[in-house]
Design a protein around this ligand. Sequence first.
Ligand SMILES: Nc1ncnc2c1ncn2[C@@H]1O[C@H](COP(=O)(O)OP(=O)(O)OP(=O)(O)O)[C@@H](O)[C@H]1O
Ligand SMILES: [Mg+2]
Length: 248
Amino acid sequence: MTNSGSSAKYLLEAKSLCVSIDNKNILSSLSFSVAKGEVYALLGGNGAGKSSTLKTFLGFNLPSSGKVLIDGDEVNESLDKVRRKTAYLPENATLYPHLTARENVEYFLSLAEISKSQSEIDKAFERVSLQNDARDKQLQTFSKGMRQKTAIALAILRNAPIFLLDEPTSGLDPVAIDEFNNLVRELATSGATVLMVTHDVYGACQVANRIGLLRHGELVGQFEAKQNEKIDTELVHAAFAQRQTSEV
Ligand SMILES: Nc1ncnc2c1ncn2[C@@H]1O[C@H](COP(=O)(O)OP(=O)(O)OP(=O)(O)O)[C@@H](O)[C@H]1O
Ligand SMILES: [Mg+2]
């Protein structure tokens, strides 16, 4: 079933999602939802199933049962439509190293048949704090943080309302992590919906409205930020480290 295009209550939904690859259960009965303007962090250790969850939202993995929905549409029934609404940042953002930041953005916008003026492009670079003198340098000279800023600027220019981020802060220094988390919060405040997967407890607590704890493909705990408060890092860390099971 697909909806007619009007906004669903949740922009991202996993409903009793099971994914098996080569007869191995990767995700088991996973259910969670992310509302517009929310940042949801899926937290889990290596091999917990975080990237597999994102890949299922992108239509690269097929559910063996259950489903994933983007803005009310079942992903595998409306691939083109849902991908247009989605900006995916893989762990290593795949832009072209020999093109400048500006050329990368122009190239991917032209592929998507989106036309933007130079001042709109500069405005997007400004929003992600990519410095003026970096914009016309080749990406191969960029740090990971700068490559990610370029990828986010592109997503902003594509007007993608949904961001899927795979370990966006791994390999960034603490200042770049703070800057990135602030940018994610700013995107959410202006209406974007974000699903990020990470094993960084502190970062997840800084940025997320809700955290789901994933272990062996199962959601074993959920944490929600109370109004104007952040999720308690100690509590999440303890649950992550299996010192307790939590349902908050
Ligand atoms: N294409 C595949 N074929 C076989 N097994 C896979 C495939 N993709 C994922 N898996 C397995 O699924 C499990 C979850 O992998 P996934 O990459 O989703 O974990 P992750 O939480 O993203 O881990 P990491 O923190 O290391 O990135 C792992 O056991 C992995 O080996
Ligand atoms: Mg992964």
